[in-house]
Write a protein that binds this ligand. Sequence first.
Ligand code: BGC
Length: 415
Amino acid sequence: MKFRAIMGALCAAGLMAGVATAQAAESLEVLHWWTSGGESKAVGVLKDDMQKQGYVWKDFAVAGGAGAAAMTALKTQVISGNAPTAAQIKGPLIQEWAEQGVLVPIDASAGDWKANLPPQIDKIMRADGHYVAAPFSVHRVNWLWINKAALDKVGGKAPTTWPEFFALADKLKAAGYQPVAAGGQPWQDLTLWEDVVLSQGADFYKKALVDLDQKTLTSQQMVGVFDTVRKIESYMDNARTGRDWNLATAMVINGKAGMQFMGDWAKGEFENAKKVPGTDYVCAPVPGTSKAYTFNVDSFVFFQQKGQKTATPGQLALAKTIMSPAFQEQFSLYKGSIPVRLGVDMSKFDACGKQSYADEQAAIKAGGYMPSLAHGMAQPDATAGAITDVVTKFMNSNQDSKSAVEALAKAAKTR
Ligand code: BGC
C-alpha cells in the first residue's frame, strides 16, 4: 500500500512536471541573417536568454548581407503555411507584412516602449496603432573604417572631405595597400552610393531619397554624386564581385586594405577579432557627413502561429527580452550598434559607440537623422529595389553619370 501510494505520488509529480515542461518548452523558430562572426555572437545573446527562460530556440539563419536571401526564404515559408515564430524585418517592410494580415500584435510586452524609443523609430514598430515589431538597436550606416597601422604608415589622418579622402587613397595605394575594400553586391554598392548622397548634406539626402523629389534626383549635383562613386570605385580591387561584406572588413582588419565604407556592424567584426578603436583601427564618419546620421534599426516581427491571431507566450517573452535594458546593452556591444532603447548606460561602449550615440543625439536635434535607403528604412521594397538596380548597373558598367541619373529619376517612380 505504502509503496503504491509513493509510486502514485511520484507518478503524479512526474506527470505534472511533464506537463509543466511541455507547456514551458515552446519552440521559437527565428529567421534572421546574422551569420558573420560578430553577428552570430550578438544573436547568441538572445538565444541564451530565451533558453534560460525555458524556450527551445530553433535557429533559421539565412546567410547573405542585408537580408535579400532571408527575405526570399521568408516569403516561401509564409506562403507554404510554415511562418516562423519571429523574423528579422525592418522599416516600411513591417507595414507591408502587417497589411498581409499574418502578424500578431505584441502590445502586452510593449507597455513602456513609447516613452523609451525615439519617436521616428517608435512609429516604425507599429501598424494600425499596435506594436507588431520589437527593435534591437541602431546601426549608423555612414561610417568609414580605416586600418590604423596603414594610416600611420602613410602619415595620414581620417579624411573629412572628398579631396582629403582621395589624397589618402593615393598614398595608401603608393604604399602597397588596396585603398578601398569592398564587396561587389547590390546592397553594398547602394550603401556606398547613399553615403555619397549624404555627403551633399542631409537636406539633399532627404529630398532625393526620402521625398524622391525629381528636381533633386535629376540635378547636376546628383550627376556629381555618380562621378564621385565612379572615382571611389577606381580604388577597389577587381576581384570584389560577390564578396561578402565581412570578408571586405577582414581585408581592413588584417592590413591588406586601408579603408571600407560600411555600417557599424563592421565594428562587430573588429570587436570579434579583438581589435581596439584608436589603436588598431579608426572609425570616422564618411567624408562630409559628420553632422548627419543614416540610421538602420533591426527589428523582429511575430507571425501568427497555427492560425492564432494573438501572440503566444514565447512571442511575448521574445519581444520583452529584446527591449530589456540588459539585452539591449550586451547585444549592441557585440553587434557594433548602440541600444535603440533610450537611457541605456553607454559606459561599457568603446569610443566609436560613444561617438555614434553623441552624433545620433546631435543629428536628431539638428534635423540630420535620416533613414538608410540601402538598409530598408527609407522606401518601400519595390522603390528601393529599382534604385538599387540603377546603382548596381552603373557600378558594373561604363555607363556615364548623366544617363545613370536619368535612369534613377525613372526608377524613383516605381511603386
Ligand atoms: C542589418 C545588420 C546586418 C547587416 C549585414 C543590415 O541590413 O541591419 O544587422 O549586420 O545588414 O548583414
